[in-house]
Design a protein around this ligand. Structure first.
Ligand SMILES: [Zn+2]
Length: 330
C-alpha cells in the first residue's frame, strides 16, 4: 500500500527547489531511455550472495526510475535492477550525471566547495599525524576540493575523477589530479599512506573488487577514509539512480569488515552522512558476521519514514507550506 501511494506521490513533489526545465528534460529523457531499453540494466545478487529482495522505492529524488530494494537475508539496501557497469561508466564520464543533479551550473556550484570548511581534513589530520602518514590519494575527488587543505598543510596529494571538466577546474588550484576511477588503480604502481573515498562506495558496481584494489594500494600502516550516506536517516536526498548501495552504520561496518578492514574511527558527517577511518586487519578471524535483526529493523524504519513522507505530500498539496517542511529534516 505504501509503495502504491509513493508511486502516485513521486519524491520530486517534495524537492526544496523545483527542478529547472533543463533538469526536467534530462529526467524525462532518462526515464524514456530506461523504459525503451536504451539503457542497459542488470539484476544482481546481494553482497551476501542471496537474491531475495523486497522493493522499497521505485523512483529517486528527482523522479528518475531507480528501484531500491532491501535484502531479506542481511538487510542491505541497494539498487536492483541497476545500470550495468559499462552504462554507469558512460553516465559519469559524459557529465549527464553532474548536470542531472547540479543543473547546467554545476561547475559554478562546485567552485564554492573549494573554500568551504573541510570536515575530512578535521577528521583525518590528527590520525595522520599520530601515525606519521604523508601521501594521500583521493578517488572520486571531483575538482579536488577535499585535498586543498591537505596540500596547504604540506601533504603530498593525488586525485582521480571521471569528470574532465572537474579535473580542469581543480588544476587551476594547482592540484595533482587526473582522469581515472578505482578500476584504473590496477594500472598504477604507487602506494599511498591514506586513501580517501568520499561518496564513492555507494556508487560501486563491483564492491568487493573495488575494495580489494583500494587496499592493495595502501602502504603498510596506511588508512582508508570512507564517507557514505547514512541510510538510517532515510532522507529523501539520499535516494537517486547513481547510488547502488545504501549503508546503515551496521551494514557499513559489517561489509568493511568482510573486506578485511577494521574501524579506528567512526562518526557522522554533514548531518545525514557518516564516515569511517579503517586500517587493514592483521587477524581476519575478528571479522564481523551476522546482521540478524537488520532486515526487520530497516523495514520498520522505512515504513515509518514513508508515512511521514505521505503526510508531507498531503500537507504540501493542501498548501500548508510551512507545516509540510517540518516533516523534512535537512
Ligand atoms: Zn544480503
Amino acid at each position: 500500500m505504501f509503495d502504491f501511494i509513493l508511486n502516485i506521490f513521486n519524491p520530486k513533489h517534495l524537492l526544496p527547489q523545483p527542478l529547472s526545465d533543463f533538469q526536467k528534460s534530462l529526467v524525462n529523457n532518462y526515464n524514456k531511455k530506461a523504459r525503451n531499453g536504451t539503457l542497459a540494466y542488470e539484476v544482481l545478487p546481494c553482497l551476501c550472495k542471496q537474491q531475495v529482495f523486497k522493493t522499497l522505492l521505485k523512483y529517486g529524488r528527482l523522479g528518475e526510475w531507480s528501484p531500491v530494494v532491501i535484502c531479506q537475508k542481511c538487510g542491505l539496501i541497494q539498487c536492483n535492477p541497476r545500470l550495468t557497469e559499462e552504462e554507469y561508466g558512460r553516465f559519469y564520464s559524459t557529465d549527464e550525471y553532474r548536470e542531472l543533479y547540479g543543473g547546467k551550473t554545476f561547475l559554478k556550484e562546485q567552485e564554492k566547495k573549494f573554500v568551504e570548511n573541510n570536515h575530512i581534513f578535521d577528521d583525518l589530520a590528527s590520525v595522520m599525524k599520530k601515525r606519521d602518514l604523508n601521501t594521500i590519494l583521493e578517488v572520486g575527488c571531483g575538482g579536488g576540493w577535499n585535498l586543498i587543505q591537505f596540500k596547504k598543510s604540506g601533504y603530498s596529494v593525488t586525485g582521480l575523477d571521471y569528470s574532465e571538466e572537474s579535473i580542469q577546474q581543480g588544476k587551476t588550484y594547482g592540484l595533482n589530479i587526473r582522469q581515472g576511477s578505482i578500476k584504473s588503480l590496477s594500472e598504477v604502481n604507487e602506494k599511498y599512506d591514506v586513501i580517501i573515498l568520499n561518496h564513492v562506495i555507494e556508487h560501486s558496481t563491483n564492491f568487493f573488487n573495488d575494495m580489494n584494489l583500494i587496499t592493495q594500494k595502501l602502504n603498510k600502516n596506511g588508512i582508508i577514509y570512507i564517507g557514505v550516506p547514512n541510510i538510517d536517516n532515510c532522507h529523501l536526498a539520499q535516494f537517486h539512480n547513481a547510488h547502488t548501495l545504501y549503508f546503515t552504520p551496521r551494514t557499513f561496518l559489517h561489509y568493511m569488515s568482510l573486506c578485511g578492514l577494521k574501524e579506528i574511527d567512526f562518526g557522522s558527517a554533514q548531518k545525514i552522512h557518516m564516515y569511517g577511518i579503517f586500517k587493514v586487519m592483521q587477524d581476519r578471524s575478528n571479522q564481523k558476521d551476522g546482521l540478524d535483526n537488520e532486515y526487520a529493523r530497516m523495514i520498520k524504519k522505512v515504513r515509518f519514514e514513508k508515512l511521514k513522507f505521505v503526510k508531507a505530500v498531503l500537507l504540501k498539496i493542501l498548501g500548508i507550506k510551512h507545516l509540510w517542511q517540518l516533516f523534512l529534516r535537512e
